[in-house]
Design a protein around this ligand. Structure first.
Ligand code: MN
Length: 352
């Protein structure tokens, strides 16, 4: 373990680009407060945002204040942790949880705010575009505006869209826009939808501890097994949290996917152009280590997915202890690979 008193190295030989960092426009918090008051509110949303907006405990208060800051607080936290640049996206569940009209307005407002902060601090911040995928055509237009006029370098979608997934053909305009503009889609976790969350919520396992990974791993797999990435072959998807554990499943995913396809077991599961799940993970995905500052998992993922496909992320402000930066600096890894991890893979994935 890292010495808790140590500081990140200055001039380690690479920039530290943190690629899954969150913000929340104050206007979104107001909309969320309203939503929390409404009858029959989504249980995952209540669990997640009810906690971060309402709890008086120290960690949620820290997270709540930092989420809404795109200036001095954030820059000071970055400096203290040795982070050179943040790639910033709207926090979960973003606009996806809201009714269409409010979601569209919020996405535009969030993009304007984030773009303004990126203009003020061009050497510190990079933006990911928010969108309202529940209105796919309008979302595609907003993505185009955010990329071509506001300089956003990716799209962030906070996983399921009120229980629906991006492989649903209705979301094609969103995927088309990202592919045509050459920007990746960061599929960031959300709490599981109503029909999945029950036993997780009961056990306190619905959030970042477990439910996030299960739900988002499912989303990523659906994009592969549905053939969606055959329809959008140039599309690049980014997933965090060490690939939501998918690299560890890879052998069994390939084996059972092949077996299911050969037996024509499911209507949904047609043969794929690239045949195996693992080829899509290696060619259409980038994986970040957000929330997993753990060398064995990082080295394993580099070995099975590829050293050019694994990126650094912190998960600010939800998880940002300086000890994690110190531990990752100290990884036993060739200098060239460490630079790919911290810096150059992000420069390539986001075209910085
Ligand atoms: Mn995150």
């Amino acid at each position: 373990m890292a010495n808790p008193n140590s500081e990140p190295k200055r001039n380690p030989g690479y920039l530290r680009i943190a690629t899954e960092e969150a913000f929340a426009p104050p206007e979104m918090i107001r909309l969320y407060r309203e939503l929390l008051e409404s009858p029959d509110v989504d249980p995952g949303f209540r669990s997640l945002m009810g906690f971060y907006i309402g709890s008086q405990a120290e960690r949620p208060r820290f997270v709540f204040s930092r989420l809404q800051d795109l200036g001095e607080l954030r820059l000071a936290d970055m400096a203290a942790r040795g982070i050179d640049r943040q790639v910033i996206g709207i926090t979960a569940p973003g606009p996806s949880i809201l009714p269409k009209d409010k979601a569209l307005a919020l996405a535009a407002l969030a993009n304007d705010q984030l773009a303004e902060a990126c203009r003020k601090h061009p050497d510190k911040f990079t933006g990911m575009a928010a969108c309202a995928p529940q209105a796919p055509k309008e979302a595609a237009k907003e993505i185009e505006r955010a990329v071509t006029r506001l300089g956003m370098k990716a799209v962030i979608i906070n996983s399921h869209i009120q229980g629906e997934y991006l492989d649903n053909p209705k979301f094609a305009p969103v995927l088309e826009a990202a592919e045509a503009l050459g920007v990746p889609i960061y599929v960031h976790p959300n709490t599981p939808p109503r029909n999945m969350i029950g036993p997780m919520l009961e056990a306190g396992l619905d959030g970042a501890i477990f439910g996030f990974g299960v739900e988002t791993g499912l989303h990523a797999l659906r994009l592969i097994t549905s053939g969606t990435l055959d329809r959008f072959p140039k599309l690049q998807i980014i997933i965090g949290h060490m690939g939501e554990a998918l690299p560890f499943w890879l052998y069994r995913l390939d084996y059972m996917h092949q077996a299911g396809v050969r037996a024509a077991r499911y209507e949904f599961m047609k043969p794929l152009k690239k045949s195996t799940v693992s080829r899509y993970l290696r060619e259409n995905f980038y994986i970040t280590n957000s929330g997993v500052a753990w060398e064995p998992a990082i080295q394993f993922t580099q070995s099975v997915i590829g050293v050019d496909r694994v990126l650094y992320a912190m998960d600010y402000p939800y998880q940002c202890p300086v000890e994690e930066v110190v531990a990752l600096d100290a990884m036993d890894m060739p200098a060239e690979d460490k630079k790919k991890f911290f810096q150059t893979n992000a420069e390539k994935a986001f075209k910085l």
